[in-house]
Structures are given as C-alpha cells and as structure tokens.
Ligand binder design. Structure first.
Ligand code: K7E
Ligand code: CUA
Length: 678
C-alpha cells in the first residue's frame, strides 16, 4: 500500500518538485536543483505534509493542477455575474483567485463608482427608471463580445434582470461605459447575449407587462401583457449601443427565459426558451392557483425561434410600431412573416444553448429528465416548407416536436444549462441531482456524471459557448455552500467548483466561495485575449469617453476659479500631494473639483475621500474625474488620499474650509448619535 502510494506520488509530484526546485533558485537552501535522488527526498517531506494535513493523493493532484505560485498568472479569466450586488466578479483559472469586482449597477466606493465621481453618477442616473433612483441591479448573464463566433476580449455585456437594464463594459480598463434602461420591459432574463460578430446584444423579457410601462388589470393579461426580444445595435468602433438603430420583436405573454444566438449554419437566428405558456397569473389569495403550479400544467412550453435577419429587413421596410420611443415589430407581423416560430420543449425548460457548429440547440427541462437536442437544419426545412403542427392563440406557428429534434438524451433530474468542449462533448448542470452530466453530442450518449456540491445552477466551460471551445476547464456554479466553508452566519456564499475536464474522467479540483450576490452565469476566456491597459493616456483621460477630458488639469496649471456656477477647483495629484491642498469656499457655494492624476506609473493609484460630504473617488494613473457638491455645511473638512500610495501617503491630505454664510462662526454639527432601543 505504502509503496504503491509512494510510487504514484512520485509519478504525480516527481517532475513538478524537480522543476519547482530549479525555478526556486539558490536562495532556497532546502531545495537545490537536484537529481532524481534528492527529488525523492523532497517527496518524502511532501508525504509527511500530506499525512499531517490529511490530504489524499487526489487532493494533491488537485492542488498541483490549481496552485499558481506568487508572481505567476492564471491562464483564463472568469467573468461572472455578481447577482444582486449589481456588479461583475472577475476570477482567474486555475487558481480561482478573485481578481476584481467591476462596478456596474451599484455604487462602489473603491472604484469611486457613483460615490462622487460625476461621470459614473451620470451613467447611473441615465439608467434610472420611471423617475426612480435605481442603485442596485440583479446581474445574471455576462456575455463577451465575439468576432466570428469566438470571444475577442474587447467588451463585456451584462443584463440587470430586476430592472431590465443592460451594461457595456470595456475590457481595456475593466470599466463600465454605458448603461441602458429598456423603455419596453420591466424585467429581462435573456440578457445579455451577443450575435456572432456582436452586431446585436440581445435582451429578452422575463415577466410580461404592458410594453412601455403603464397600467392594465391583470385580468387583461392575455390581451395587454407582452414580452419582447430587443436587439440592441452595438457599434464596436464607438464601443456603444446605439438605441436609434435598435429594434424589438413583440412576444406573447409567456415567460421568456434564456436566449442564445445562432452561429455558423444558424447565423441570423436566435433562440429563447420559455415557461408559463399556460399564461398563469397567480392569485393564490383570490381563488386562483399559485403562479408556480399554474405555470407547470403543460407538458410542453415553447422554444422561441427568431429569424433576426428577417426581422431586420421588416424593420428597415418600416413594418414597426413605436412604443416608448422603441421600434417594435408587432407580434402579428412577426408571426405572419416567419420571424417568430415555436418548437415545443419539455416542461419548464431552462437554457437554450447552441452547439459549437451551430447545428443544435440544447434545452434542459427543469421538470424533465432529458436534454432535448433540436436540429436547426430540420427546423429550417420545416419553416421553409411551412410544415406546422398548429398555431398558438396569437397566430405563431408551432412546429411538430418530433420533426424538430435530433433526439433526447436521458441525463437525470433537473437538467438546466449546457456548455461544450473541443471533443464533441456537452456538459449539463443537473440542478436537482447536484451533478455535472458529461454526454457526447456526437453519439447522443451519457458519458459520466460528477457529483458537485448542492444545486448547481449554471455551468461554464473555457470558450464553452463559442465556435471553438477549449475543453480543459468547467466551472460548476452552485447555489448552496452548506458544509463547504467556515461558518459566516445565516447568509452563505455561493460556491464555484472548478472541474478539470482534460482527461477521460472529470476531476473536481477546487472550491471557491463567491461572497457577493448570487452569481448566475459566467464566461471563461483565455487570458492572452485580454489586452488591459495599465494607465490612462494621455494624462487627463476621462474613462467614460476614453478621450482627454475638457477639464483635464496640466501640472503647473492648478488653480481655483470662482465662476457663475460656483467654485471650480482644478486639482492634480501625484505622490504624495494634492495641488491645491487648501480649498476655501463659502457656505452654500457649489464646489466643482476637477482632478487629474499626473501619475503614469502602474498601480500608483490615489483616492480622494472627504469628510461629511459622502464623496469617494478613485484616481488611477492618468485618469481625470470630476465631482460637484453644494458646500451646505459650514466647518472644516479634511480630505485625504484613500490608497496607501507611498511612504508619505498619510501626509497626502488637505482641507476644505467652508466659511459660515452669516459669519457667525457657527459650524455644522454632527447629529447626535441615534441609539438603537430595540
Ligand atoms: Cu440563474 Cu441563467 Cu438567471 Cu439559470 S439563471 S441558474
Ligand atoms: Cu496618494 Cu495615498
């Protein structure tokens, strides 16, 4: 036993230990470049370490596959939704180290996101809804920009399910550049999904409402409530969505779910799952069945098959109506002109995932045990021949289920989402069973099931939804983390589990707690495709526009000017001072501070925090930011640099001195602390 163990350990560790010893160099007295003999010596101490920590051979293999030593970088980036945090979470593979939270829909003081910085505040205000200040989001589906159906590493899009909004993030600086609120919808779920050249970013509805907002009694659900699929036009050169060139397709009041764009043979098409084709409206206190059971009566719901190329033509031909400023292709036109077709899909499906060759669409039925594989070429032929099995109440043609599918693969309980590798395999998350099911798309057979932790939701693979999946890594995104990590009270993190899929058998190699909102979906991109900048250039760049700010301040041109609209402070910062560091204003003045970091050195970031005025800014090398506030409180307010940027960081500070209006010397007082008396 012991011998076999040592032998296999040597097999696992021998080479790595030897090369580790060489890489470590002479400063490490214990581990010199060695021959096989002393590598065995190192193995012996590893063996005792394993014994002391109770690690199995599989544990050590997993550690060797995932450990990334100090100074070494990861091979892949994971871009994950941050759920209710409204943010995006970035991790590395194989280490699963968290690299960054990208501020999107929620104020985030470290990045100065909407916590004083005018540019980001204006973005957020521009995406406020129906007169309401929206300061959170529920991000679900991040999608990377694509060129010819593969990730290009330029942009990331993400939808806010709660408030039907969409964000554009630039991966040069990992910063949000645009936020858009849907004028039509109140919630989205098929968002964001890009077409193969990022022509469009798709945002489709979840819960039907009267499109464009407004009131209609719930009893008028069938007539007045609608869903929609919005095709937001993306201008890559501008890095922006162009609302005027975008359009939507009106959909029946079913609950549309996830979307995916066709590619290669199915380029020009999009697919959206749906549930509640029963059109249940809930009302469990009003004598109607609860929404959940009302919505689970039918054996089949409808896969929405959308010909967006055709829709584009009809929109160009003016076949649209305008709702809340948006061009909308009416449901009857979409149904009559072959833009919208349905294929039945098994009970309460979740996921509509297009295979790498674009030929198949895989749907998982939450209440069904199969992955259903739709055949696009069959679907296309049926639509061309107008070979329909019927129509829904809105006149949308419905295909015959058996004629539209290639087949079904029996996987087990609760299949949800599917991703792909480079060897013709598919990986489906099994929510109810808490397993990853690996199955062959080539011969439509289950290959292997790997238990993962409780209730896997989404699943992601390296480039796993592109035309060129990489294989190698799969990430299981698990909803529960019970028994996995140290206790942190009743609210637990989620659990990402990294799975090595490079060999014949899947191996679970790492658990990573995700302690910021419920991450729904992620995408995994090769690190060499990300071309991030390390400073803003030229000095004075506004990160929202990526242009030189009109307010940029040159070194030596710092000044304070009183203008009609208030006091303008043109400030620079460089290790370790603000210029100016004394700002004198009168109570009631509007103060505009224009800040340019003169730094160009990587990572020489300064912050700007000011007492009692609720302002926090981040000023990375070369960046320009503006902030405005009314100095309505008289008093003395220190401001200081928020990042420990140098040995004289604590000295990087100054004062805002607000002279009382009436000259009485009365100053702002902090309100007496309110004591909780519960
Ligand atoms: Cu959580 Cu994609 Cu919103 Cu499935 S969704 S899990
Ligand atoms: Cu600048 Cu600390």
């Amino acid at each position: 036993m012991r011998n076999r163990f040592d032998a296999s350990l040597r097999r696992v560790l021998g080479v790595s230990i030897a090369s580790f010893a060489i890489a470590c160099g002479p400063q490490n007295g214990d581990l010199k470049p060695t021959t096989g003999g002393s590598a065995a010596g190192a193995n012996a101490s590893i063996a005792s370490l394993m014994q002391a920590r109770g690690l199995s051979e599989a544990d050590v293999t997993a550690a060797l596959k995932t450990y990334v030593p100090t100074g070494k970088k990861d091979d892949y980036y994971i871009f994950s939704s941050g759920g209710q945090s409204g943010q995006v979470i970035v991790l590395g593979i194989p280490s699963m180290r968290i690299l960054k939270y990208i501020a999107v829909f929620t104020p985030e003081p470290w990045q100065g996101w909407a916590t004083g910085d005018q540019g980001s505040l204006e973005l957020l205000e521009g995406a406020d809804r129906r007169g309401m200040e929206m300061r959170w989001g529920d991000t679900h589906h991040p999608n990377l920009s694509e060129t010819n159906g593969d990730y290009d590493g330029e942009f990331l899009f993400i939808g806010d399910k709660a408030n039907a909004r969409l964000a554009v993030i630039d991966l040069r600086d990992f910063t949000t550049k645009q936020l858009i609120a849907s004028p039509l919808l109140e919630s989205d779920h098929g968002a964001a999904f890009v077409t193969p050249n990022t022509e469009y970013v798709i945002e489709s509805s979840q819960y039907p409402v009267p499109l464009g907002g407004g009131f209609a009694p719930i009893e008028d659900y069938n007539e007045k409530y609608r869903g929609a699929a919005t095709f937001w036009k993306f201008d890559r050169a501008k890095g922006k969505i162009i609302p005027e060139q975008s359009f939507a397709i009106e959909l029946p009041p079913y609950m549309q779910d996830l979307a995916d764009a066709g590619k290669l043979v199915s380029h020009g098409w999009a697919f959206i799952g749906s549930f509640n084709t029963e059109r249940a409206i809930g009302g469990n206190l009003e004598g109607r069945p609860p929404l959940e059971s009302g919505a689970s009566q039918n054996d089949m719901d409808y896969l929405h098959i959308i010909n967006w190329k055709k829709a584009e033509e009809l929109v160009a031909a003016g076949k649209t109506k305008t709702i809340a400023g948006m061009k909308v292709l009416p449901l009857e036109v979409a149904a009559a002109e072959g833009v919208l077709t349905f294929a039945p899909e098994p009970k309460s499906p979740h996921g509509a995932d297009v295979s790498p060759d674009g030929k198949y669409i895989v749907a998982g039925g939450k209440l069904d045990t199969h992955a259903t594989v739709f055949d696009f070429e069959k679907i296309k032929a049926l639509i061309d021949a107008q070979d329909y099995a019927g129509k829904d109440p809105y006149g949308v043609p419905i295909l015959d289920f058996q004629k539209a599918i290639r087949g079904q693969v029996e996987l087990g309980l609760g299949p949800l989402h599917t991703v792909f590798d480079d060897k013709g395999n598919a990986y489906t998350s099994m929510f109810v069973e808490s397993k990853v099911a690996k199955w062959s798309l080539t011969d439509m057979k289950l290959v292997e099931k790997l238990p993962v932790h409780y209730n896997i939701g989404h699943i992601a693979a390296a480039h796993g939804d592109t035309v060129k999946p990489h294989g190698k890594w799969v990430v299981a995104m698990n909803k529960w983390a019970i028994d996995r990590f140290n206790d942190v009270g009743p609210l637990l993190p989620q659990n990402f589990q990294l799975v090595d899929v490079s060999g014949p058998n899947m191996q679970l190699v790492y658990d990573s707690p995700i302690p910021l909102g419920e991450p729904h979906y992620t995408q995994i991109i090769s690190a060499d495709l990300i071309k991030a900048i390390d400073h803003y250039s030229p000095v004075g760049t506004d990160p929202i526009t990526m242009q030189l700010s009109p307010n940029a301040v040159d070194g030596g041109k710092e000044r304070i000017e009183r203008k009609d609209d208030g006091v303008h402070v043109y400030m620079t910062m460089i290790r370790s001072h603000f210029t100016p560091d004394t700002i004198r204003v009168k109570q009631g003045d509007t103060v505009h501070i224009h800040m340019t970091s003169l730094e160009q050195a990587r990572d020489a970031t300064h912050g700007f925090g000011i007492s009692s005025y609720n302002i926090s800014m981040s000023v990375e090398p070369g960046k320009h930011v503006d902030t405005s506030f009314v100095a309505d409180k008289a008093g003395v307010f220190p401001f200081y640099c928020l990042e420990f940027c140098s040995a004289l960081h604590l000295e990087m500070a100054g004062y805002l001195i607000v002279e009382p209006k009436d000259g009485s010397g009365d100053v702002a007082r902090v309100a007496p602390a309110r004591h909780a008396s519960r």
